[in-house]
Design a binder for this molecule. Structure first.
Ligand code: SF4
Length: 103
């Protein structure tokens, strides 16, 4: 399946124009849309890296406590217990993927 779609970058309120393309092998690429009035083909580093965020490889999908996968209750309890004390927080809690970045 190949094709080209004009869309906008979701990361901030500028809404730069994006051309997303998928080739015959399913590889997706992203470039700035030269016809878009907000950006005229330009994308910042976040917009330029959009294609790198489309798969699940390397994403933090679950909480980890001391390097081991943990449940949400355990991770959030640990954060609540350590957030006001002198010990560093060692839990990794993923943010929702829809959480928008800002420039
Ligand atoms: S994050 Fe960058 S590319 Fe995306 S809309 Fe904002 S300025 Fe444009």
């Amino acid at each position: 399946m190949s094709g080209v779609t004009k869309t906008t970058c979701p990361y901030c309120g500028v809404g730069c124009g994006v051309i997303a393309a998928v080739d015959d092998e399913g590889k997706i690429s992203v470039s700035g849309d030269p016809d878009h009035p907000a950006s005229y083909g330009r994308l910042c580093s976040k917009g330029s890296a959009l294609a790198e965020t489309l798969d699940m490889d390397g994403r933090a999908l679950y909480p980890r406590v001391h390097g081991e996968r943990a449940g949400w209750d355990e991770a959030l309890d640990l954060v609540a217990q350590t957030s006001s004390g002198p010990s560093p927080i060692t839990a990794q809690i993923p943010l929702p993927s829809m959480f928008p970045g800002r420039c």
